[in-house]
Design a binder for this molecule. Sequence first.
Ligand SMILES: [Fe+2]
Ligand SMILES: [Fe+2]
Length: 533
Amino acid sequence: MNDTLLYLRPNIQVEPLFDYWYAWSHLIPPATAARNLTERHFKIMDSYINAPQVHANAVKNPKLLGGPFMDYGGKRVDEIRNLRDQTKRIRPHLIELSNAIASLDEILRTQAKGFSLQPLYQAVPDVLKGYVELVYDLNHNPSFRIIEPLLYRSRYYDRSAQSLMLSVLTGDDRPFVLSTPRLESELLFHLRAPFDDDVVDELFRLKSTPRTWGEIKEMLKAPEESEKLARSFFTPDPPPPYSSYLGHGVRWRYFGHACILLETKDMTMLFDPVLSYTYESEVSRYTYQDLPDSIDYVVITHNHQDHVLFETLLQLRHKVKNIIVPMSSGGSLQDPSLKLILKNIGCKNVIELDQMETVEFEKGSITALPFLGEHSDLNVHCKAAHLVRIGNRALLFAADSCNLEPRLYEHLYCEVGDVDATFLGMECDGAPLSWLYGPLLTKKIERAMDESRRLAGSNFDQAVDIVRRFNSKEVYVYAMGQEPWLGHIMSLKYTEQSRPIIESNRLIKEWSEHGACAERLFGEKEILIENID
Ligand SMILES: [Fe+2]
Ligand SMILES: [Fe+2]
């Protein structure tokens, strides 16, 4: 009996955590993480401790979905207080780093007036000395650039904050996780390992390669009291075998949101991996079990949590050969290097592509095209729309590109020519700047300014201009956050009256009237493209 071979069940949720908060990409780069710790996590915890019932009421209000409100029904206040106090006790250096960034901003605001910055190096807070370069832009606006690779090597990159929380998931109803830390409970198994640890790959290999309970127990270092729980996460039932695409064309499959698998008989490519676990549900979907054993390229369009999801990336890491990411400017709080983020969580072969750069593969290529907007007008370079050529076909994965300047697409058309299919997000309302980037600001932003600076994708006029420009034969609106398994990271619930739905309906109608194929993707979709030679 002890020799029974066991697989990790397909509905075991594995949440990556940073000091018990759901880990997303801004919680890895030390400076950006430090700001989120003090300006997001501590502020939400303080507020909950002071007024738990206000949070409990706010969480029930659909208008406040995704807001800074903790979802514990007003309970567990002592545990939250303990978490806050313990985090303060063990991470004083991160608090110091966050405060130093605020002080440096203040020094630059008040003392850098266009004259030489050399004397100001003395005034840089001690913890940042040697980790920043002070700079002006050409209009003498002062700023600083973080020497990111060095900061990762310092004590400010603290892998001991990272861990994984395992539990059984039985349905789509996952609460929003960016405002609520995950507290221990008897139904959760806490695997205290940093993300780059080999145990992470060993764990996820168990989805397809079984081992005995003895081996698994040793690997998980399960303490006696949680052994029974941990054992329940494993099953002798193997997953269904995967059937690869063996045709001579391309098969693409939509896995939800911006996650699309492209497959030829020679190559597999997965965009913006965000996967559902596998369980019974009314909404049919592809899940982890519908992925090949090996993925040649994971391709990431931009550094937002619905496009770079560690929870999925860590599951895939052992089967991914290359990860293509957009090049960041690096060194700023809002645009940390995605390459460094992924390398530091243990991803290998991360390839950074600058605008208009191309990676070639057999019978095709992938080119990073410029992606305007959708980042609250902040100077963020880490974003790309990807043009994939396979045989004689061209597919454009534009993600949340906002067509702020149609002339861009006029120029791009000269380079690219006609496109067969365009995939475009049309989340055209978008959250205000502070929703995502607020903790990075060291000076309060006026409400009206904040409201005007949004994370908005293309509306009808902007979208139709792109697809017209490229003579796109097919149009797929995607990345709308509407799949029911995305509730933990998305705070969008649209109705037929929501602007992104109205605008994307108009696009679909307009394009269908041209006799072309147009659709808003939801749940799952499979398309076979034959005759690509
Ligand atoms: Fe986005
Ligand atoms: Fe998005």
